[in-house]
Design a protein around this ligand. Sequence first.
Ligand code: GMT
Length: 389
Amino acid sequence: MVAWSEHTHMNIGIVCYPTFGGSGVLATELGKALADKGHNIHFITYRQPVRLTGFSANIFYHEVHVPTYPLFDYPPYESALASTMVDVIRNNHLDLLHVHYAIPHAAAAYMAKRIAAQEGTHIPVITTLHGTDITLVGKDKTYAPVVTFSINESDAITAVSENLRDETFANFRIGKPIEVIHNFVDVRRFDKKPIDAFRKVIAPQGERIILHASNFRKVKRIDDVVRIFAGIRKQLPSKLLLVGDGPERPMAEDLVRQLGLCDDVRMLGKQQDMEDIFVISDLFLLPSEYESFGLAALEAMAAGVPVVASDAGGIPEIVTPGSNGELAAVGDVESMASMAVSILGEDEVLEAYRKGARAQAQRFDIGSIVPMYEALYERCLGMESAIIP
Ligand code: GMT
């Protein structure tokens, strides 16, 4: 059998959330990388994904419109999404659909696949599980039967970490293999010179710069971020940058005021050019309750920024204590603060961690991970019977 990549490029539909979350970022970066390799990429989302900027000849964007109607308290997004998928399949010779985040994308893809099949077109569906679609929202009994069914109906399932694969098997009855394809980072993008003027504005006296970036949801434990910083600041002149926005932001603002940290904490809100922020930073904090992976931590490492994080979920698959960061139990704010101080206290120590961080990011470089998805697509297109039990 001739591998697809040897004779043709694929037409791939990518479905994801267009927001700042890691799953949408990863899906968009994957689509862009595949387009660079000559594949035609059709993004199907309700809004232009935040990382989908600029023009590429073989990237196409199909917006899902969800018409409202007085009868609808809840406009049926899943039906609109499935119908848009069918339209894209019909008109663009799609070879396969790759959906990121199971809810509701895997169920909508199942519906689109069945409609296409009735019209004589076979479209394999690949579902990539990202984290909260399994560990938080997905296992809620409101969604679990549909999530279980639609994951099982996918032609291939991937998880972004070994931990997430294990969590999926532990929480759902899944009757087929789940392939782990770790998240990736384009290391070259983060290999940038820091903008000195920017660093000076943030840390005029040469203070250490600590960074946290997330969607400010409960699972991120933003209060721990602020308390860890308070602990660091007692021992080292330092500044905290908080990037992102979400429900926990007002609580974080209150805590910053309560702890008298206003002069040393800056909330930057949602940011597009994260690489410029990463490269001026000295340490990234990720004390989450759970992370299937922690893509922001990997991006930090690519910029040479070590990570202090909780020993939760898939984080230990990327953070190696003593080399590129340190880990402590969820909620152990004191340990995380003292680990941070030991990394940041001496220039030589920080430099060694920076080197370790860059080396670790290299292992998850886009150049080695994206071919794993291409190989999976080829298997789905050439050997479906071997994949579907
Ligand atoms: O962290 C979130 O709540 C957002 C969520 C998402 O779907 O965007 O992130 C999940 O997927 C990311 C990309 O695979 C992972 O890096 C995050 O660790 C994961 N979040 C959680 O597991 C909490």
